[in-house]
Design a protein around this ligand. Structure first.
Ligand code: MLT
Ligand code: ZN
Length: 458
């Protein structure tokens, strides 16, 4: 990386204004450490452009100076993908906060990349619509961030991931050129799917500045059940039974006895059910009384596979809090920053994977506590490892990700690769696949100026 001179910082200030170039160590602290507390870097400056033209000018200046850039949204990522570990400039989208339009007829939302998920949801709800994506970090996570990481969350089972909600995009290439693919069309089959390519590119291909998102019609009523299940297989059978009964699943989340106990201790909550169970399934289905009756009937048919259940009409915050508090509880209760490994396997492999993982960990890392939870309907398990000694992070990550590969899974289901998993991308991709990804990156960012240390490095 080139030497950062005062004149370079002055050039950035001439583009965005001196107040929007942050260099004071205390002020930049929140931009150089990630949410988990594991990744802490340093930066010559955090730059906060106000619009696309300023983003373009900032990137062109960095390109000329040979200074790499790490784009950053709400800094809620869990794989170190938006932290400047090598002194890169941080380009914050915090000021790209305009909600330009909600079109209730075409059901789209056009907004700046820095708009939070919660604000976008609120804007859509004012028109009786909703964003198809929802996740626990909704108050801080931004639209640009969820697009750049192709975030998942709790509604994937119903609406698909963020990529499938993205209709159009405006993004700035590393040299400052602005790429716009912005069509409010369901069908537009001309050439490569560039918005789809930028979704999940983790800031390596371009900096997302504006997004055009699909909106969904939310269910007017839902029913939520928290179910104590005998096994993962029983929980999966229940999910299958609900779908076969004609119910629409809005969410299907898995928790374990250990995870619920951790959350209860952390939040001082009562037990969710009056019976204990090794696994807990939280399902939300759309519909009113009829849906509730169908839900009860599927639960009854499950026999002893279901140990007990609590059913409430949505939004049922009381039941959801056991699931939504997992991330916070894991971070607070671990003696070291937790190792967070977001993986997926085919549904049939979830139970064998979890059993084998438990045995692997007990043999190699007996002092580590594993809390596994996640989006069961998507085959997505969040493996959270608590109390991992600093020197053991890499070895335990290697153990888990190799176990995932043996069960035909993916080493990243929804959080992305970032820095945390860059060394393991070969576990899920062939050499030709990696070559094609490197070629795409080289075509869009030939000098590797954007987030150079995430994904497969060139
Ligand atoms: C979740 O589903 O709660 C998130 O992906 C966050 C996490 O894994 O901690
Ligand atoms: Zn998740």
């Amino acid at each position: 990386m080139a030497v950062h001179t005062q004149s370079f910082v002055d050039e950035l200030a001439s583009i965005v204004g001196a107040a929007q170039v942050l260099t004071d160590r205390d002020v930049v602290a929140g931009y150089v450490t990630d949410w988990t507390g594991h990744w802490t870097g340093h930066t010559v400056a955090v730059v906060r452009p106000a619009d696309t033209a300023e983003v373009s000018a900032v990137l062109a200046a960095c390109h000329r100076a040979g200074v790499a850039v790490v784009p950053q949204g709400g800094n809620t990522g869990l794989v170190g993908g938006s932290i400047p570990m090598h002194g890169e400039v941080v380009l914050s989208t915090a000021r790209l906060t305009g909600i330009e339009q909600v079109d209730p007829v075409g059901r789209t939302l056009a907004a700046g990349a820095g708009v939070t998920v919660a604000r976008a949801q609120q804007a859509a709800r004012e028109h009786g619509l909703d964003l198809g994506v929802d996740l626990a970090s909704r108050d801080s996570a931004t639209l640009g961030g969820i697009v750049s990481t192709n975030a998942g969350g709790i509604r994937v089972i119903k609406n698909g991931n963020t990529r499938s909600q993205l209709l159009g995009i405006e993004a700035v290439l590393s040299d400052g050129r602005v790429l716009t693919r912005w069509k409010e069309l369901t069908k537009d089959n001309v050439g490569y799917d560039l918005p789809g390519l930028l979704a999940g590119s983790e800031g390596t291909l371009a900096v997302v500045t504006r997004v055009l998102m699909r909106l969904i019609v939310p269910p007017s009523e839902t029913q939520v059940a928290l179910v104590g299940a005998e096994s993962v297989r029983a929980a999966l059978r229940l999910v299958d039974g609900l779908q076969r009964a004609g119910l629409t699943l809005e969410a299907a989340e898995l928790m374990t006895r250990a995870g619920v106990a951790l959350v209860r201790g952390h939040r001082d909550l009562r037990a969710p059910l009056d019976v204990d169970a090794p696994f807990y399934l939280l399902v939300e289905v759309s519909g009113g009384d009829e849906a509730q009756a169908a839900l009860f009937s599927v639960l009854e048919d499950a026999g002893t596979a279901v140990r007990g259940a609590a059913v409430e009409a949505g939004p049922a915050h009381r039941l959801w809090q056991y699931r939504e508090s997992h991330t916070e509880a894991v971070s607070a209760e671990s003696s070291t920053p937790p190792v967070k490994l977001d993986i997926s396997t085919p549904l049939r492999e979830i139970e064998p994977f979890l059993t084998a993982l438990r045995d692997d960990l007990a043999a190699a890392f007996p002092a580590v506590r594993a809390i596994c939870f996640g989006h069961l309907g998507d085959g997505n398990v969040h493996v959270n490892l608590l109390d991992v000694a600093v020197g053991q992070r890499e070895a335990i990550t290697d153990l888990v990700l190799r176990r995932v590969a043996r069960h035909e899974g993916s080493i990243s289901a929804e959080h992305g690769v970032g820095r945390a998993k860059a060394a393991w991308v070969g576990l899920g991709r062939t050499e030709v696949d990696l070559e094609v990804m490197r070629s795409i990156r080289a075509a869009l960012d030939p000098a590797t100026m954007l987030n150079p240390h995430v994904l497969p490095a060139r």
